[in-house]
Structure formats: structure tokens, C-alpha cells
Design a protein around this ligand. Structure first.
Ligand SMILES: NC(=O)c1ccc[n+]([C@@H]2O[C@H](COP(=O)([O-])OP(=O)(O)OC[C@H]3O[C@@H](n4cnc5c(N)ncnc54)[C@H](OP(=O)(O)O)[C@@H]3O)[C@@H](O)[C@H]2O)c1
Length: 301
């Protein structure tokens, strides 16, 4: 059993890690009010008091549009925070596992060729740039590090793509939902990612790892699969090119190959469609109820 200091435990991935790793390990999970990783003095005091074997950093500024608008805040949370944790872990000789993103790549590889761990990064967005800088801050400051890059992570609480598709289908049954057609990735369940993180923590892992669901799909296929599994009636179609100007430039190819996990024999990620089915069978009803409640009666039951 290890003692784990979990930073960002109230977030989507932090909640999953707390539950999954808590089955085998002692978890200390202070809220951000108690452990603000941007404060060096607080990081040092916490590490000294807790004395963890490993710090898992699930904290971050994840609002991609917000990242484009507030350079100071994104730098503080996504770069200075991880740097503080890395320097603190080096001082107290403990390991650091840090979360990063597929957005460190420019996505210009031809689909469906995947990105490998050692492909050259070239982020397009402020968020992607901050995640790349966070990786550098971790690598430069703590010898015993694990960086886990993932993407398209979903959960009951996630605010992203899946929720928007379900909301539109609930608000206007039978309507047409337009999605960007070219983007490809692998929808990844936070539970599965947390199980993979448990494996990484248990094994003698070091360096950068890709960890997304197996297989890949377009946004269009992803949306269609969600609607089919929930039995929702809506048509999904490609958003006409040029009809929408996104605030952020996102990579088109977001497919990551989990090569190092497989090579080390510690790969536990599952096919995206299988996990999506398990997830929606278990939580689809609750997710729809939640979205209906948010709509304050505006969404038909
Ligand atoms: N979601 C995805 O699809 C995805 C994909 C790839 C990688 N990632 C990475 O995975 C990590 C977790 O993502 P997520 O989606 O689970 O994030 P999330 O749900 O947005 O949660 C972020 C967490 O960070 C905490 N936090 C923010 N500022 C902090 C600070 N200064 N000190 C300590 N804690 C702070 C928040 O606490 P409060 O709520 O108290 O502010 C919250 O617990 C991030 O590094 C993200 O970049 C996410």
C-alpha cells in the first residue's frame, strides 16, 4: 500500500482516481482551498506533513476557451502549479504522476495514423501550449516522473461534447445535430483511465505514456454511437465547412497510440465503443436526468 497525495481530487479525473486508487492505497486528497498548487509554501508544507510515496496531479485549468483569454491564469495553474509540485517532489524524494493532453500535438498527421509518445509536439491552442510547458516543467524538475497524455475523456459530470449532443437531442427530438466531421480521436472513460493510472503507479513506470481508449472514431461516429446507445432520436450530420468559426484551433487528428503501456505489458485500456456501452448502460439514465434538470423543465422527458 502506498500513500498518495492526490491534487485536483474534486475534478472529473481526480474523482475517478480517488475511487479507484483508494481501493488499494491510502489517499490524501485536500481540496484546492487547502492545497493550492500555485503556492510554493503550501505545496512544501503539505508534502512535508503528508510524506507521500507519490503525488498524482489531476489538477489543471481545463477550460480551453478560457485558456485563450487569460494567459496569466493558464500559466499559473497549468505550468507554475506542476512546476511547484515537481520541485517539491524532488525535494522530498517522491514520485510525480502528471496528466497531459493530446493537444500537445498539431494533429496534422494523416488520419488514422496515430501519434506516438516520441512524436514531436507542436501545440496549436493556448491550452495545448500550457500542457506542453507543464510536461517540460515536470521533466526538468523531478527525476521520478510519469506523464500521462489522454484525450476526449468523459464521465457523468463532464461538460464536453457528449453532454452537448445529449442535450440537443433531448431539447429537440428528431432534430439535426451538426458536428465537426474531420476530428478523430478515441472517447475515453475516466474510470478506465483511472484503472490505467493505478497500473502505472503499481509498476515501476517512468517517462511519458499515451493512455486513451483503443480504436478511434470521428466526432460524427461518436455522437451517433451516444444517441443509438441511449435510444435518442436525432440526426447527426457534418457541419458544413466554413459555417462556424471556432474560438480555438483544435488538432484534427487526436489519435494516440498507447505504445509504451503495451510494450511494458501494463496496458488495460479498452475499445472506445465497448466502454461507451458499459458507461451509458450504467449511467445513461442518470446523465439524461441530470441534463433535463439543468434545462429546468425546458427539456421534454
Ligand atoms: N478532460 C479531458 O478530456 C482531459 C483530456 C486529457 C488530459 N486532461 C488533463 O487531466 C487533468 C484533469 O482533467 P479534468 O477534466 O479531470 O479536470 P477538471 O474536472 O476541470 O478538474 C480540475 C481540478 O483542478 C483543481 N484545481 C484547479 N486549480 C487548482 C489549483 N491552483 N490548485 C489545486 N487544484 C486546482 C480543481 O479544483 P476546484 O474545483 O476546487 O477549483 C479541480 O479539482 C488536467 O490536467 C487535464 O489537462 C483532461
Amino acid at each position: 500500500m502506498m500513500k498518495i497525495l492526490l491534487v485536483g481530487s474534486t475534478g472529473m479525473l481526480g474523482t475517478a482516481c480517488s475511487r479507484i486508487l483508494g481501493e488499494d492505497h491510502e489517499i490524501v486528497a485536500p481540496p484546492s482551498k487547502e492545497l493550492d498548487m500555485t503556492r510554493w509554501d503550501v505545496v512544501i508544507e503539505t508534502l512535508d506533513r503528508v510524506g507521500p510515496d507519490i503525488v498524482i496531479n489531476c489538477a489543471g485549468y481545463t477550460d480551453m476557451e478560457g485558456c485563450e483569454q487569460d494567459e496569466t491564469l493558464v500559466r499559473k495553474i497549468n505550468i507554475e502549479g506542476p512546476r511547484n509540485l515537481a520541485q517539491g517532489c524532488a525535494r522530498f524524494e517522491c514520485r510525480l504522476l502528471h496528466l497531459s493532453s493530446d493537444c500537445v500535438f498539431d494533429g496534422r498527421k494523416e488520419t488514422p495514423q496515430p501519434y506516438f509518445e516520441d512524436d514531436p509536439p507542436n501545440p496549436l491552442s493556448a491550452y495545448g501550449k500550457s500542457k506542453l510547458d507543464s510536461e517540460i516543467a515536470v521533466k526538468e524538475n523531478v527525476p521520478a516522473y510519469i506523464i500521462v497524455r489522454s484525450g476526449w475523456v468523459y464521465d457523468l459530470t463532464s461538460r464536453g461534447f457528449m453532454r452537448n449532443v445529449i442535450r440537443q437531442a433531448l431539447e429537440s427530438p428528431g432534430s439535426v445535430i451538426q458536428v465537426p466531421a474531420l476530428e478523430m480521436g478515441a472517447p475515453t472513460w475516466s474510470y478506465r483511465l483511472a484503472v490505467q493510472i493505478r497500473e502505472l503507479v503499481r509498476s515501476d513506470s517512468h517517462g511519458t505514456y499515451h493512455a486513451t481508449a483503443e480504436g478511434c472514431c470521428t466526432r460524427l461516429e461518436y455522437a451517433q454511437a451516444v444517441l443509438n446507445l441511449l435510444g435518442l432520436k436525432a440526426l447527426v450530420e457534418e457541419r458544413p465547412p466554413g459555417s462556424f468559426t471556432p474560438l480555438i484551433e483544435l488538432p484534427v487528428n487526436r489519435i494516440l497510440e498507447n505504445r509504451r503501456l503495451k510494450k511494458q505489458g501494463i496496458h488495460v485500456m479498452a475499445d472506445w465503443k465497448e466502454d461507451l456501452e458499459i458507461f451509458l448502460n450504467a449511467y445513461g439514465e442518470a446523465l439524461m436526468q441530470d441534463i433535463r434538470a439543468e434545462g429546468r423543465g425546458g427539456i421534454a422527458a
